[in-house]
Design a binder for this molecule. Structure first.
Ligand code: ADP
Ligand code: MG
Length: 558
């Protein structure tokens, strides 16, 4: 039988995978088990929502079978199985999403980071096996198929025998080398430990025949070995456990198991709500920006479970756009299993949960800001822009929620400050919160428009992000203090210079008139400046819109 080639991307990815992606080989088991659990979820969900299907709780399990003689490790599940087409499509190609195309096009350096963004779990089997065989029978099908691959070369597919619906993955473990020992993945004790570590909360039993010893019947000191099927995992989903039973590592393992990211989350929030609406949730604030975060491709959302059964992988209605970076899951017994996407949007319970979650995230971020400034600044570097978009969109209705989470660079402190910090330092006579816009902090510092304000000893916030000024226009004011661009013609601090400039104005009247004529429609007026100290001229804006903002508006398509 001809061996089919993997799609080109798969080939490259396989090589990458085998050599570098996962730092620990043992995670292959987590990946295979999590696929098995997904497959059971699918059949379980079908059975719950389809009257024609009956189900029996005992029918659903995952079994791990190490075989020392054959040097194989088999992972068997009673999930939904795969048809021939599904075997080809799901295991023969990866990166259909175009993520990999994106990566190659953009020549991104950090392979690890990117790879972690999409499901490549199955391929991790090749870290420990040189031959991977998948035998599967799909629900509703009479035929079973065998898919087999020796790695990058490709795969074969052929009909085979299998009694029941489900999948068996058989890994022919690699030969030991001087540096690597693969025998550990045949060791019951080691396998138990790996399963406990990564897959303890899987909702279905993960079984294994474990060797036990007992005293021989009728004998005092003779022992015999026997096999006993045991369930290795505790099966209690992590979100149902008590917080005090869980360690930081448990939460991090769950984050990775769920493929929320390859980074270590900077914060996690475990919610057990028992009030007007009952739900459990685990939410994470990631450390690194997902590579597609600021693109159209990025999909926000949380996993949604109804009483332990996954009903949606990315429920967008649970997260406002400005918190779209948050990862995690929500489980509620108050939601119906059969709820459709459209109905969900209007579901009262779901709205309550979403509101609740929004406030929890806000509080967590505020705490982070208070407790670990450095970490918050790193967070803000990644996701601050999204918060500012949040202020700008919805016509400032998120003002209360978001304004205290914003950071801007301060001329005085030479670091990022909050609006509250700015206002608390304002001298009594200072009327406005001043800001200046430009490409970089260095460039802004040299702007002639900043001179008078700085000379007065007032602090200026530097806006280097285009969204900054738009966001601030939506806020209008903070604690009763309005925002004022340093390039605005009325800075509210000119009084002392007033008389002198009035005299200058008269003296130079003819010159100004002449300049106005020459510049004609390029300027509205030419006046003696009340603000310049060392710079000869400066442009100011007369309306509400600063010069920088005008530039942005002009650049926008009409
Ligand atoms: P992901 O799980 O992120 O989708 P994987 O590489 O882990 O990516 O798996 C690829 C796909 O192969 C899965 O989405 C699923 O459709 C299919 N698959 C893998 N293992 C099984 C299994 N045990 N039973 C049914 N389908 C499976
Ligand atoms: Mg997977």
């Amino acid at each position: 039988m001809a061996t089919k080639q993997f799609k080109a991307e798969s080939k490259r990815l396989l090589e990458l995978m085998i050599n570098s992606i996962y730092s620990q080989k043992e995670v292959f088991l987590r990946e295979i088990i999590s696929n098995a659990s997904d497959a059971i979820d699918k059949i379980y969900y079908k059975a719950l929502t389809d009257e024609h299907l009956t189900f029996d709780q005992d029918r659903y399990y995952i079994k791990i079978i190490p075989d020392r003689k054959k040097r194989t490790l088999t992972i068997k599940d009673t999930g939904i199985g795969m048809t021939k087409e599904e075997l080809e499509n799901n295991l023969g190609t990866i990166a259909k999403s175009g993520s990999l195309a994106f990566k190659t096009k953009n020549e991104l350096q950090d392979d690890h980071h990117i790879i972690g963004q999409f499901g490549v779990g199955f391929y991790s089997a090749f870290m420990v096996a040189d031959v991977v065989t998948v035998i599967s029978k799909a629900l509703g099908s009479n035929e079973a198929y065998k898919w087999e691959s020796k790695g990058a070369e490709g795969y074969t597919i052929e009909p085979c025998e299998k009694d029941s619906v489900g999948t068996e993955i058989i890994l022919k473990l690699k030969e030991n080398t001087e540096d690597e020992n693969y025998d550990e993945f045949l060791d019951e004790y080691r396998l138990k430990a790996i399963i406990k570590k990564y897959s303890d909360f899987i909702r279905y039993p993960i079984k294994m025949d474990v060797t036990e010893r007992r005293r021989k019947e009728g004998s005092e000191n003779e022992f015999e070995e026997y096999k006993e099927e045991q369930v290795i995992n505790s099966m209690v989903p992590i979100w149902r456990k008590n917080k005090n039973e869980l360690t930081k590592e448990d939460y991090e393992n769950f984050y990775h198991e769920k493929h929320f990211g390859f980074d270590k989350p900077i914060r996690y929030i475990h919610i057990k709500a028992d009030g007007a609406v009952r739900y459990n949730a685990i939410l994470y604030i990631p450390e690194k920006i997902p590579f597609d975060y600021y693109t159209q491709e990025y999909e926000k959302g949380l996993e949604l479970y109804s009483n332990g059964v996954l009903i949606m992988e990315k429920c967008p209605d649970l997260l406002p756009d400005y918190f779209s970076f948050v990862k995690g899951m929500v489980d509620s017994e108050d939601l119906s299993l059969n709820i459709s996407r459209e109905m969900l949007q209007h579901d009262r319970q779901l709205k309550l949960i979403a509101k609740n979650i929004k406030n929890k995230i806000k509080r967590e971020l505020a705490n982070l800001l208070k407790e670990n400034r450095e970490q918050y600044e790193a967070f803000f570097q990644s996701f601050g822009r999204q918060l500012k978009y949040g202020v700008y969109s919805d016509f400032g209705s998120n003002k209360e929620l978001l304004q205290d989470l914003l950071l801007f660079y301060s001329s005085k402190e030479k670091k990022y400050v909050t609006l509250e910090e700015y206002v608390s330092r304002m001298p009594g006579e200072q009327k406005y919160i001043y800001y200046a816009t430009g490409d970089t902090n260095e460039k802004i510092a040299k702007l002639p428009q900043t001179e008078l304000v700085t000379e007065k000893g007032y602090e200026i916030l530097y806006f280097t992000d285009e969204i900054d000024e738009f966001a601030i226009k939506m806020l209008k004011e903070y604690k009763g203090k309005e925002f004022k661009s340093v390039s605005s013609s009325d800075l509210g601090i000119e009084e002392e210079n007033e008389k002198q400039t009035d005299a200058e104005e008269k003296e130079n009247h003819e010159l100004f008139e002449f300049m106005k004529k020459v510049l004609s429609d390029k300027v509205k007026d030419v006046r003696a400046s009340k603000r310049l100290k060392t710079h000869p001229v400066c442009l100011t804006a007369d309306g509400d819109v600063s010069i920088e903002m005008e530039k942005v508006l002009k650049a926008m398509p009409n």
